[in-house]
Unconditional design. Structure first.
Length: 411
């Protein structure tokens, strides 16, 4: 991959590591089945132990991924207004000897299941909705006192923000989360880390439909001694007379209001979305929040919706990049495998974006096509290598070009 060689050269990674990463990511696209130590050795001239040794070492996946973002922005294939999405994903894993085996929520089946979990941070641009997974870390099976999975997720985002280059960090407008992260143990540490870094990034997420919220007092001050009046009654979700209407059409009504959350103990801008049926009746409600009171209601919705692009990254990594295929048992090796799986998806997306003739907003990414085409190319090159020297290889190679695209949907 051209983009990979360019980024690795700029990072100043030592020659042996550059050579290994280049070979590894090429194999990652070639292997049609499970991507593990055994198959990596079968499709290469290196042993299983070589791959096991490398997977036990540190690798600057986050630096490579931020390099991809820089290349895409320079080519105007990715916007400069970014959202940092945070989400966790269940990873199935058999056996009992792997670090971190515990019971985690598996969203695909809607229940708790025994396995592993990773926490991923993803950059999504608001303009073209292109997503690049920055890094993934393993969720521990147990925690010390006063620690929990929520504090672990918060620590992951804090570390990611501190590690990001200043130029990228300044482009992040919001951190987008689902409802599970709407807790003080997550929001307070992340906002504190921002203050230490000198950046102002809003947190956008979802609240329960019956969240305990209170209107802010907007009346005149009495001038009397004591603490000024702050609240003006509890929010009644059956009465929207004190809410401001931001947008209305045939499918929804968007309302917004400034409130104080009892559970989060801070002021928020909340957005209530009332979804309508064909008769104009409310069939569903959603309640979003933002820690930045100056955010527009529609911008909050846009930021929250952008986080859904993470789901496509998880899907592609699981279906086509072997995210759940690791034979590793240690946390370091597992994270190396997961980050390499996401990196292969990022690089493939970036290369297709750079090669595409379509506008980035109209770009359709297919990891499946990239895998199939790379495997066809791998086979063609192996056949060519077996031909006797008197054969006109150049002529034959030109004739094989159509064969390389067999099975590719968008060829």
């Amino acid at each position: 991959m051209q983009i990979l060689h360019q980024i690795l050269g700029e990072l100043g990674i030592r020659k042996t590591q550059r050579a290994f990463l280049s070979k590894l990511l090429s194999l990652w696209l070639v292997i049609p089945g499970r991507i593990n130590y055994t198959n990596l050795s079968r499709y290469s001239d290196q042993s299983e132990q070589t791959f096991r040794n490398w997977f036990g070492k540190a690798c600057p996946h986050l630096c490579i991924n931020t390099g991809i973002v820089g290349v895409l922005q320079k080519a105007e294939c990715m916007g400069s207004t970014l959202v940092l999405g945070a989400d966790a994903s269940f990873i199935s894993k058999a056996g009992k000897a792997t670090d971190g085996i515990a019971k985690f929520w598996n969203g695909s089946i809607g229940k708790v299941e025994e396995g592993l979990e990773l926490s991923a941070a993803t950059l999504i641009d608001l303009e073209y909705r292109q997503a690049i997974v920055l890094n993934a870390v393993q969720t521990p099976a147990s925690f010390a006192e006063e620690q929990s999975r929520v504090t672990h997720y918060a620590g992951h985002i804090q570390t990611t923000l501190k590690t990001l280059p200043e130029g990228i960090r300044q482009q992040i407008k919001a951190i987008a989360l689902d409802a599970f992260y709407a807790k003080r143990k997550f929001i307070d540490p992340v906002l504190k880390a921002q203050n230490e870094l000198g950046c102002d990034i809003a947190i956008v997420g979802k609240l329960r439909k019956d969240a305990d919220l209170y209107y802010l007092y907007q009346g005149e001050r009495s001038g009397k001694r004591g603490r000024p009046k702050e609240l003006d009654g509890k929010v009644d979700f059956k009465d929207y007379s004190r809410w401001e209407e931001a947008e209305r059409n045939d499918t929804w009504v968007v309302l917004t209001c400034l409130v104080k959350s009892k559970s989060l103990k801070r002021r928020l801008r909340v957005v209530q979305i009332l979804w309508l049926d064909s008769k104009g009746q409310v069939i569903r409600k959603e309640l979003l929040f933002c820690t930045n009171l100056s955010f527009d209601a529609l911008l909050i919705i846009q930021c929250y919706r952008a986080r859904y692009e993470m789901e496509f990254c998880f899907r592609d990594a699981k279906q086509f990049a072997g995210l759940e295929d690791s034979q590793a048992r240690t946390t370091t090796a597992l994270e190396y495998h997961w980050n390499t799986a996401f990196l292969s998806v990022n690089l493939t997306r970036a290369q297709q974006l750079l090669d595409s003739q379509n506008h980035p907003a109209d770009f359709v990414f297919s990891m499946e096509d990239a895998k199939r085409k790379t495997y066809n190319l791998f086979l063609a090159q192996r056949f060519m290598a077996l031909l006797p020297p008197e054969v006109n290889r150049h002529k034959l190679w030109n004739a094989l070009q159509d064969t390389i695209n067999i099975g590719v949907k968008a060829a």
